[in-house]
Design a protein around this ligand. Sequence first.
Ligand SMILES: [Zn+2]
Length: 150
Amino acid sequence: MKERTNKRFILPVVKGKKSFWPTKPVCPVCGKRKVWEPHSMAVLSAGALLMNRREKSGGPSNKMDGYLSLEWHGAHNGGKGRDKEIGCMVYVIRDAVGGQADLYFCSTLCLRRFLNACVDELERRMAKERKALQQNAERYRCVAAPSRKH
Ligand SMILES: [Zn+2]
């Protein structure tokens, strides 16, 4: 069975009052197999519990907005590492009211493909930031060292 590959997703896949993805009971990656109860599924859960420490219990709360993100933080101020001076972020989940969200996949393979697509998106944004940094440096060089007039 041939699977879809190189699929791009509109990120974040969960935002606001929506607390799960996909919104139909079909795997969002392969689009073929079922997810949700009572079917088999791999679940990526993100969230936090607003705790009552005294009672040692907790749960979702509208006081919290949940998120799941991937970030590139380039070195700066003499720090070492690749892709210095740039930074960017990909939100997979953003402003999830209640602080919790679940993403469902038919298999670990589709979960892995989704995570790869998210990292691919981060790398696309890094490439864009890298290009913008380079163009700014070239623009600065032109302003700082204008050509001499004859
Ligand atoms: Zn699938």
